[in-house]
Design a protein around this ligand. Structure first.
Ligand SMILES: *Cc1c(COP(=O)(O)O)cnc(C)c1O
Length: 411
C-alpha cells in the first residue's frame, strides 16, 4: 500500500500533527475508536506510578490533604471547563455519566416541580433513557419519560415539559442537535435543560454557558482520554447552583463533610453535586490526560475532525459502492460530530474483520459500523488506510469467516 501524495500532504500540513506524539499508540493499528475509549497519553504511566508509589504508598492517608486529593473533583473539573465553554467552578468530576444523568435530571425536575414530563429522543444513548425511566419510577407513577424522533424534538417541547434531556451528538449516526435552538425553545416553554456532551467534549467546540442550559454531563474516557471507566463530569450553571437540591445527598456534597452532622446540608457551589469519596487514581489519570489540551485550539480540532470525516466518506463511497455499505449519518460535516457511521447488514462481522486487518472501529446494533476520529492523534493516512481495509474486507468477503460472527460481550 502506498500513500498518495495528496494524503501525505494533508498530514504534513496538519497544525495538530505533533499532538499525536503525546500519545502512546500501538504500532500497526489504525485506531478509530477514540470516541469510545480514548488513547493513552504518554505521561499518564509516570504520573500514575508516582501517585501510587509516593502519594499513596508513602503518604498514605496524608495524601488527602498533602496532595489535595480531596479537591480533585473540582480541580479536574476546572480543566474540563474550557473545553465545554464553562467558567471555573461550574464543573465537577465524579461518578459515571449514567449517575450524573440521574443527578442532573433529578435536580432539574426539582427545579420544575409542577411538571411531570422528561422529554428526550429515540436517538439518545440508552443508559440516559434507562436512568430517566428509573428516576421517573422512583418518583412515583406520575412522572414519565416521553420519547420522540430526534427531528421532532423542537415541536414536542410544550408547557408540560419539565426537563428536556438530550445528547448533543447521536452515538450511532453522529447527527448533531442544535444546542442553542433547542435550549432556547425549551426555556421559552418553561422547561429545564440537560445536555449530555459524552461525544462532544474534546471533539468540537461547545459553549455551554453561552447556550444557557442549566445542566450538562459527559464522559472522561472518550475524547478526554481519561482511561477505561474514568470518572465523568457534571456542569451546573452558576446562577442555578444555589437553588439545586441534590437527590443523591452524600457526605462529599455536604457543606461540612468532616463535621459529621446528623443532617444533610448541601455544600456551596458545584461541590453539592458530588456524593461519595472521589476515585483518586481515576481522577489523577484524567487530570494528567487533560494536560494535553493546553494550547490546543478547539476550532482547529473541529476543522480537522470535519476534514477527516469527509475524507472517510469520500474514500469509502468511492471504493465500496455496490458492496452493501450505506452512509448512516449526516453527509454534511457541519451536521455531525467527530464520527462517521455506515450501515451494513452484517456490520458486526465486517467490523471484526476490519479489526483483524488492524483497523479498530466498533459496532452498534442493529447494523451500524462506527468510526470515530480523535483529531489529536488520528492522521489522514489512518483514515485512508481504513477505507482501503474496508474495501478489502468487503471485496474479498473476508468478513464471512465464521469467527467474525461470534459476538463478544462488548461490541
Ligand atoms: C458513552 C455514553 C455514556 C456512558 O455512560 P457510563 O455511565 O460512562 O457508562 C452515557 N451517555 C452517552 C450519551 C454516552 O455516549
Amino acid at each position: 500500500m502506498t500513500l498518495p501524495p495528496r494524503i501525505a500532504k494533508l498530514d504534513h500540513d496538519d497544525p495538530l500533527a505533533a499532538k499525536r506524539l503525546a500519545f502512546d499508540l500501538p504500532d500497526g493499528v489504525v485506531y478509530l475508536d477514540g470516541n469510545s475509549l480514548g488513547a493513552l497519553p504518554r505521561t499518564v504511566h509516570a504520573r500514575l506510578a508516582d501517585v501510587v508509589a509516593t502519594e499513596w504508598g508513602g503518604g498514605l492517608i496524608r495524601g488527602w490533604n498533602q496532595h489535595k486529593w480531596i479537591d480533585l473533583p473540582k480541580t479536574v473539573g476546572d480543566r474540563i471547563a474550557p473545553l465545554i465553554g464553562a467558567p471555573k467552578g461550574t464543573v465537577a468530576v465524579a461518578d459515571s455519566t449514567s449517575i450524573n444523568v440521574f443527578k442532573a435530571v433529578a435536580a432539574a425536575l426539582a427545579l420544575n416541580p409542577e411538571r411531570r414530563v422528561i422529554l428526550s429522543d429515540t436517538g439518545n444513548f440508552p443508559t440516559d433513557l434507562y436512568v430517566a425511566q428509573g428516576l421517573a419510577h422512583a418518583l412515583g407513577r406520575e412522572h414519565q419519560l416521553k420519547l420522540v424522533d430526534p427531528v421532532d424534538v423542537a415541536d414536542a417541547v410544550d408547557e408540560t415539559t419539565a426537563v428536556l434531556m438530550l445528547t448533543h451528538v447521536d452515538y450511532r449516526t453522529g447527527r448533531l442537535h442544535d444546542m442553542t435552538a433547542l435550549t432556547d425553545k425549551a426555556h421559552a416553554a418553561g422547561a429545564v435543560v440537560v445536555w449530555d456532551l459524552a461525544h462532544s467534549a474534546g471533539a468540537l467546540p461547545v459553549d455551554i454557558a453561552g447556550v444557557g442550559a442549566e445542566f450538562a454531563v459527559g464522559c472522561g474516557y472518550k475524547y478526554l482520554n481519561g482511561g477505561p471507566g474514568a470518572p465523568a463530569f457534571i456542569y451546573v450553571r452558576r446562577d442555578v447552583q444555589a437553588k439545586v437540591a441534590p437527590f443523591l445527598t452524600g457526605w462529599m456534597g455536604h457543606a461540612k463533610p468532616f463535621a459529621f452532622d446528623l443532617d444533610y446540608r448541601p455544600a456551596r457551589g458545584i461541590h453539592r453535586m458530588t456524593v461519595g469519596t472521589p476515585p483518586v487514581l481515576g481522577l489523577v489519570a484524567l487530570d494528567e490526560a487533560l494536560k494535553i489540551w493546553r494550547g490546543v485550539d478547539i476550532a482547529e480540532v473541529r476543522a480537522k475532525s470535519m476534514a477527516l470525516g469527509d475524507l472517510f466518506v469520500k474514500e469509502v463511497e468511492k471504493r465500496c459502492g455496490g458492496l452493501g455499505v450505506e452512509l448512516a449519518g449526516p453527509r454534511r460535516a457541519a451536521n455531525r460530530g467527530s464520527q462517521v457511521s455506515f450501515r451494513h447488514p452484517e456490520g458486526y462481522a465486517v467490523v471484526q474483520a476490519l479489526i483483524a486487518e488492524g483497523v479498530i472501529g466498533d459496532f452498534r446494533a442493529p447494523d451500524i459500523m462506527r468510526f470515530g476520529f480523535a483529531p489529536l492523534y488520528t492522521r489522514y493516512a489512518d483514515v485512508y488506510a481504513a477505507a482501503e481495509a474496508m474495501e478489502r474486507v468487503l471485496r474479498q468477503d473476508l468478513w464471512r469467516a465464521p469467527k467474525f460472527r461470534m459476538k463478544s460481550k462488548v461490541t
